[in-house]
Design a protein. Sequence first.
Length: 92
Amino acid sequence: MNRLFVGMPQRSNGRLNVSQLAIEADVKRWHLTHQHPDIKELFQAKAAEQEAERAAHVQSTDTYEVLERGSSSRPHTGRFFLAGLALRRYAL
């Protein structure tokens, strides 16, 4: 199970599903699904958690890239923002 999560499988293709876990553990799939459902559920929970972390990282990276592209297309935004803050400070 740990080899799949760290991305270094020895027998399977590395996908995070029960079939690949069985191949990696060198057991038949039905042993995991019928005789050891606790191991199967633990694996599926960890796989879902890891997928959620990956998706959050991808989304934050995408957001950062969008913001970076947006700021490079408007290089003077920061100057105008600071000027607006200065005006507000004097107005109050």
